[in-house]
Design a protein around this ligand. Structure first.
Ligand code: MG
Ligand code: ZN
Length: 219
């Protein structure tokens, strides 16, 4: 009967996600769900975006982590509304956690909500959070085979960010093979190459977020 229980959990999650989607639409907020393995640079990419979008796009952040408020502390330095969701060891965010976190954000004062999921390439994929767009992040140190090993994530994402490209000279990462896997799994997914360390590609990343947030990028 375990399958039935799982189906019920997913159904409840999807209903709550539908409610989140309506709330976001009502408040005019776009939400981006960032999914990756631990250490790929999600928080750093959010920080890069906050620096670039400051004064142009009103950004709020939800931080998902099993323990600690370390990432929320990093985000709070930038002076934007942030809520840390501690999953108490849980390995993904669920819609009910996001829904409760939205109550603590000034939704009508935001254009864009960045949701940093728990570092995990498997189960966050199955949980709709009501997001407008979904981003997969892979760092070059993780290897080019990740799309082949975790196809479900890459099939459901709008954008794939290849982060830490400054490390390419030092790691055995074949970008052609990586892009080939993504092309096979999800030909519509756009690949962005970034380095938070050198700033390379951050313009394209924040440009995409700006469009996702529905804000004119002319400023
Ligand atoms: Mg993080
Ligand atoms: Zn999980």
């Amino acid at each position: 009967m375990e399958i039935e229980v799982i189906q019920k959990v997913m159904k409840v999650n999807d209903e709550i996600a539908g409610g989140i989607r309506e709330r976001l639409r009502g408040a005019g907020v776009a939400a981006v769900n960032l999914i990756s393995a631990p250490g790929s640079g999600k928080t750093s990419l959010i920080e890069s975006a906050l620096r670039a979008l400051a004064g142009r796009v009103r950004v709020g952040v939800l931080e998902g982590d099993p323990d600690t408020t370390l990432d929320a502390q990093r985000i709070a330095v930038h002076g934007v509304p942030v809520v840390q969701i501690q999953t108490a060891g849980g390995c993904h965010l669920e819609a009910n956690l996001v829904s409760r976190a939205l109550d603590r954000l000034p939704m009508h004062d935001l254009d864009l909500l960045l949701i940093e999921n728990v570092g995990n390439l498997v189960c966050p994929v199955d949980f709709d959070l009501g997001e407008t767009a979904r981003v997969a992040i892979v760092s070059t140190a993780e290897g080019h085979d990740k799309p082949a090993k975790y196809p479900k994530l890459f099939r459901t994402t709008d954008v794939v960010v290849l982060n830490k490209i400054d490390l390419l000279p030092y790691v055995d990462f074949d970008e052609t093979v990586f892009a080939g896997y993504i092309q096979t799994i999800n030909p519509k997914a756009r690949i962005l190459r970034t380095s938070c360390r050198t700033g390379e590609g951050i313009d394209a990343w924040t440009g995409w977020l700006t469009r996702a947030g529905g804000v004119p990028s002319s400023a």
